[in-house]
Write a protein that binds this ligand. Structure first.
Ligand code: NCD
Ligand code: ZN
Length: 346
């Protein structure tokens, strides 16, 4: 039996760090285990320009614990007005790693997102030319499409046509939640990949809706039925480099979650590595964990893996705080619903 596991230090390829008191409160939770993270730009107002990304990066650095080596990899939020020159310069200088495409209205703080995908064509062509990846929130927003079908419909109606128009664009399908998403993501290795969250490997829609409404399991894209969770688990534990970790850890204060109109987002930064070790072990795939958390993401983004390592140790049940206190208010930590036994010890 394996009791100790040393991995190349993991990265988080999809993370919400927020701003202000929330940023200060939650940044240390990611910086503890992770080397780098792709920082989502959906602030209010969003991070649209290089100047905004530079200022946001400075606020993140200031929120890190002293001596932390954590590196935020910044992104720009694409709008129909994004200036291709500003974006290209931000990428060339190393300030910005990727750009995020949100369909307008698809999720939290996405009001400035794209309504007409043809309008961003020149920016996407520029990104393809300079090798800058596009991260995409893959859901249609049409009111006539059922919320559980929005990812699969997005692939057919938006993503596949867009990729045919800009075939050289590198695309990361963010936080896939369906068998259709997993199948499409592996169809063009090196050009196309997907992030998978911790929580979508552990919960299905019953966790949200059965036996009482559980707002802390509500996120977007919403968790689907069990067959989809099993497809994601198979993908994540397959050793296929088209899939890598993006926690989508997305803190909201408890009063914003436990509300008549609760916010979407699950906060999992604190216990993600414990959760994933448990999930991969139960799937008989502990040997595939390092690829998923630490190797395939850098490979897709054209970066070297982190040079240092973490060690996970298996023992008695591991406890995590049920919430993190921040200056903005308490933030509930993802409850995996199963006992965890692995802990990052070094
Ligand atoms: C994210 C957030 O709160 O910013 N929410 C979520 O449910 N995942 C936005 C997102 O990534 O869709
Ligand atoms: Zn997100």
């Amino acid at each position: 039996m394996t009791h100790s596991l040393t991995l190349t230090r993991p990265d988080d390829w999809h993370l919400h760090l927020r701003d202000g008191a929330m940023l200060t409160g939650i940044a240390p939770e990611t910086a503890r285990d992770f080397g780098r993270a792709i920082i989502m730009p959906n602030l209010v107002p969003p991070v649209v320009t290089a100047a905004q990304a530079l200022a946001y990066k400075a606020r993140i650095m200031a929120a890190l614990p002293e001596g932390s080596k954590f590196q935020p990899l910044m992104t720009l939020y694409l709008t129909e007005k994004t200036d291709p020159d500003d974006l290209a310069a931000a990428h060339a200088s190393g300030l910005v790693t990727a750009a995020k495409l949100y369909p307008a209205g698809a999720t939290t703080n996405s009001a400035s997102g794209v309504q007409n995908f043809v309008k961003v064509q020149p920016v996407l062509e520029r990104m393809a030319a300079i090798g800058m990846p596009m991260c995409v929130h893959g859901e249609v927003t049409d009111a006539d499409v059922d919320i559980f079908d929005r990812e699969a419909v997005f692939i057919d109606r938006v993503l596949d046509p867009l990729r045919r128009r800009v075939p050289d664009l590198k695309v990361v399908m963010e936080h896939i939640t369906t068998a259709e998403g997993a199948a499409y993501a592996k169809s063009d290795p090196g050009k196309l990949a997907a992030t998978i969250t911790t929580h979508h490997l552990m919960i299905n829609r019953n966790h949200i809706l059965s036996g009482g409404l559980r707002p802390h399991y509500y996120c977007l894209p919403v968790a689907k039925r069990e067959t989809h969770r099993l497809a994601l688990l198979k993908a994540a534990t397959s050793g296929n480099p088209s899939y890598f970790l993006g926690t989508d850890s997305a803190p909201h204060t408890d009063d914003a979650k436990e509300s008549a109109c609760g916010c979407a987002g699950i906060f999992s930064a604190t216990n993600t590595m414990s959760c994933l070790a448990e999930v991969f072990e139960r799937a008989g795939a502990l040997d595939k964990l390092e690829g998923f958390t630490s190797l395939f993401g850098p490979k897709f983004y054209g970066l070297a893996p982190n040079a240092d390592h973490i060690t996970l140790t298996k023992g008695a049940e591991v406890e995590f705080p049920s919430y993190i206190s921040t200056g903005a208010g308490p933030v509930t930590v993802f409850n995996p619903g199963i006992d965890l036994h692995w802990k990052v010890t070094d």
